[in-house]
Design a protein around this ligand. Structure first.
Ligand SMILES: Nc1nc2c(c(=O)[nH]1)N[C@H]1C(S)=C(S)[C@@H](COP(=O)(O)OP(=O)(O)OC[C@H]3O[C@@H](n4cnc5c(=O)[nH]c(N)nc54)[C@H](O)[C@@H]3O)O[C@H]1N2
Ligand SMILES: Nc1nc2c(c(=O)[nH]1)N[C@H]1C(S)=C(S)[C@@H](COP(=O)(O)OP(=O)(O)OC[C@H]3O[C@@H](n4cnc5c(=O)[nH]c(N)nc54)[C@H](O)[C@@H]3O)O[C@H]1N2
Ligand SMILES: [Mo]
Length: 722
């Protein structure tokens, strides 16, 4: 082998090997992590991926998902041309058509629907891919529809609402400066491994740690106090901690007196939740509750690492997180270094410490004159606190036409299995006149669309991202889009022209938009192009502390609210103004009769490190780490049902059943069944009703319903279509 062959074989970049390194990022998980990536390209094809050493957030690391990026991008399931449906919805029968034909036909249909039923009858949806959301929001507003919806109808928003109701805006944990961190339902080992390195360093340096999780996660083993809570009882635990903090005088009297409302009412509520009472509700010891409360309240600074998902994936989720977040003002750990701090997002949810015009770009102010959003009447506080429609209400409105008929659904990446009652969701969608899905892959959901438009991956497009340390990257495409696929933003810009929306800025393309958005930061595309690996934003700075001293809190009272004025204004069950504890709607306590037949708690969705919702099932390396659907149960429950480790079992709820392999583990509490969501052949969301929702947020109760398990002798798994 000569020198050049060796260089090619060794994937050594340089002019003689013809291998170029392009600076990109991994967009498989989104948006707070996203490792910087070096993509090695030869002859227009990515031949190797590696972590980008210059990235200050990922330092050259990649997880198992990113390492498999080539299999994700070059999947045989990629859609490579626009497709028009020829068979029944769901059959997967399509014919390829040209972009021009596809966009003209879609535009003609959307405009006809708009003329006959009004723009509000068209819904615009973004799935978990978040990078193109500012563009889709603007597009929706320009079209004139109030119905911009996203996967955040089940992710993060309810958590944000609990913050907003309590002190006006989300307040993130200041890990860097804290003396004590309380992981309240977050498992970075699986869901955010980048942060794990920072956490481990802090733990090594003596940071105290409390973990509240029904499963013995890795971090539980390093915790000073670990509380193995029964799913969905977080509110009771938080109130009991508040009880101890108040009773023992550990609260911040100055802050409470000057900056909160409703303390006396809260004190009474917490007085009724002694640790001994919560111990019974939550299945933990009263001594541990006291220890956790004391550690959190007496550490010089302490913060709460909350999650976008598990606590709010219950029918009592917002109130439970409200009870948790009340501990922050109670102890004065709000908006201080080492506590939970407020910071404005710069680009796509991520606070970068620099100003942008992203909010103005999205043209949200146009909502003011529009008809009500889907879900607005059913979830009035949601409507007050967010700009989105609530997607979990779509099936109801399609079926009833109340308050107006819905006719079309346009999606950037829809996965119907993400919704509780998935089959009902897609059945309802099939009653619409038009479904358009833009996706990288011909997914099971795309098969229901009338048109499927091929999106390209992050390696084939530009993407604007920032990270909390004030770092920004505007990636350059590493390769040409595969087939005829295009970037979502380009698709929106072209559809805008076909629709005649007359949106000059969007239609002039992504770079013009980025220049417009970044204007207040002083950055330009020209400057960013000189730094394809990204750069620190000049002048970016961490948020000031105690901003409330000047501007108060963004609540109706201007103070942190133990008693929420927004909840008090709605006279409905579940909208109590104090964060009082209610059982999940389906629990062994709330439904003892049902629990006789279905005695176990079904808690679904805890992240697995190799999967990202539906995305990685089709990726061979990821799939080899977990080839078949499985659920975690404890050895005692398995023995009681006669189920052996690794054997097939049935998980049965009043709504139906699925098959999964039993994974016996002492990590799980007795009485709980944990299963990942989205498995193509074992969709756990079909076991949960689409109407099993938190009355405040509309989030599904993914993490607590009732089930039973039975042994099964058959050995064959189901077909895997997605
Ligand atoms: N690898 C991977 N990473 C991901 C994702 C993925 O699909 N794969 N998804 C991303 C998304 S969209 C999200 S929202 C985040 C979510 O990521 P996380 O916030 O970490 O959420 P989960 O892993 O779902 O659950 C975290 C922990 O909550 C516990 N838990 C379950 N029910 C309860 C409960 O009722 N109370 C309490 N206190 N704890 C409970 C679980 O046992 C689990 O260990 O992850 C993101 N990161
Ligand atoms: N039972 C249960 N259900 C859950 C959860 C749970 O914990 N338990 N978690 C909920 C949460 S927190 C979330 S975030 C949702 C997951 O949200 P989903 O939206 O279901 O997430 P994905 O499957 O990652 O992405 C949806 C689609 O987007 C496509 N896609 C990826 N990148 C792009 C892109 O750049 N452009 C376009 N146009 N399409 C793209 C993917 O191929 C996929 O088909 O699931 C929710 N459902
Ligand atoms: Mo999520």
């Amino acid at each position: 082998m000569n020198d050049m062959d060796l260089k090619i074989k060794g994937k050594v970049p340089g002019p003689d090997s013809g291998i170029e390194v392009r600076k990109s990022l991994c967009a498989i998980c989104d948006p707070n992590t996203q490792c910087g990536m070096d993509l090695y390209v030869k002859d227009g094809r990515i031949i190797k991926v590696a972590g980008m050493k210059e990235a200050p957030h990922s330092h050259g690391s990649l997880c198992s998902k990113g390492a498999a990026l080539r299999q994700y991008i070059y999947s045989p399931e990629r859609v490579l041309t626009p497709l028009r449906r020829t068979g029944e919805r769901g059959s997967g029968e399509f014919e390829p058509i040209s972009w021009d034909k596809a966009l003209s036909e879609i535009a003609e249909k959307l405009n006809a629907i708009k003329d006959e039923f009004g723009p509000e009858s068209v819904m615009f949806f973004a799935g978990y891919a978040k990078w193109a959301r500012p563009y889709l929001t603007r597009f929706t507003m320009m079209f004139g529809s109030p119905n911009y919806l996203t996967e955040s109808s089940t992710c993060a928003t309810a958590m944000a609402m609990a913050h907003q109701l309590t002190y006006g805006a989300p307040a993130g944990p200041d890990l860097k400066n804290t003396d004590c961190i309380m992981f309240w339902s977050q498992n970075p080992s699986a869901s955010g491994s980048l942060n794990l390195l920072n956490i481990q360093k802090k733990l090594d340096a003596g940071m105290k740690c409390i973990v509240i999780d029904p499963r013995v996660i890795d971090l539980a083993q390093r915790a000073d106090v670990y509380l193995q809570i029964r799913p969905g009882t977080d509110g009771a635990l938080a109130l009991a901690m508040g009880h101890v903090i108040v009773e023992e005088g550990l609260y911040d009297k100055d802050f409470v007196e000057n900056w909160t409302v409703g303390f006396n009412e809260y004190r009474e509520l917490a007085a009724d939740m002694a640790p001994e009472k919560a111990a019974v509700i939550c299945g933990v010891s009263a001594a541990d509750i006291r220890a956790a409360a004391r550690l959190y309240a007496t550490s010089k600074t302490a913060c709460i690492q909350f999650s976008a998902a598990p606590v709010v994936h219950h029918t009592n989720g917002v109130q439970n997180y409200r009870a948790v977040f009340c501990l922050i003002p109670l102890t004065g750990n709000l908006d201080i270094a080492g506590g939970n701090r407020m910071n404005k997002p710069s680009i796509v949810y991520v606070p970068g410490g620099f100003p942008t015009r992203e909010p103005q770009f999205m043209c949200i102010d146009r909502l003011a004159g529009m008809p009500e959003r889907v879900g607005e009447a059913r979830f009035p506080v949601w409507a007050k606190l967010t700009n989105q429609a609530q997607a979990c209400d779509i099936p109801r409105q399609i079926r009833t036409g109340d308050p107006y008929p819905l006719k079309a659904f346009f999606a950037l990446g829809l996965n119907y299995r993400m919704f509780a009652g998935s089959q009902d969701f897609i059945d309802a969608l099939c009653e619409l006149d038009l479904i358009v899905d833009v996706d990288l892959f011909l997914t099971d959901t795309a098969k229901y669309a009338d048109y499927v438009l091929p999106a390209c991956s992050s390696a084939e497009r530009r993407e604007l991202r920032c990270w909390p340390m004030g770092y920004i990257q505007f990636t350059q495409p590493a390769i040409e889009p595969l087939g005829q696929s295009k970037s979502d933003v380009e698709i929106l810009a072209e559809l805008s022209k076909h629709l005649g929306l007359d949106d000059e800025l969007l239609e002039s393309g992504m770079e013009a938009c980025v220049n417009w958005i970044l204007e207040p930061s002083g950055l330009t595309v020209e400057e960013l192009n000189k730094h394809p690996e990204g750069m620190f934003v000049p002048g970016a700075k961490p948020p000031a502390e105690r901003k409330y001293l000047n501007v108060g809190f963004n609540t109706p009272s201007g103070k942190a609210e133990f008693v929420s004025s927004l909840l008090a204004a709605v006279d409905r069950e579940g909208y109590e103004e104090l964060p009082s504890y209610r059982e999940p709607e389906m629990s062994p306590v709330s439904q003892p009769d049902l629990a006789k037949e279905f005695p176990l708690i079904l808690d679904t969705g805890s992240r697995l490190p190799m999967f990202q919702h539906t995305r990685m099932f089709r990726v061979p390396w990821a799939r080899s780490l977990s080839p078949e659907p499985h659920a975690d149960i404890c050895p005692d429950d398995a023995a009681a049902a006669g189920i052996a480790d690794g054997s097939w079992m049935k998980i049965i709820t009043p709504r139906g059943q699925i098959r999964a392999r039993a994974h016996l583990t002492k990590m799980v509490r007795k009485g709980d069944v944990h299963m990942y969501h989205d498995w193509p052949q074992a969709n756990v969301n079909d076991l949960i009703s689409g109407d099993y929702l938190d009355p405040i947020s509309g989030f599904p109760g993914y993490r607590s319903s009732l089930c039973k398990i039975e042994a099964e002798n058959a050995v064959e798994g189901g077909a895997d279509n997605d």
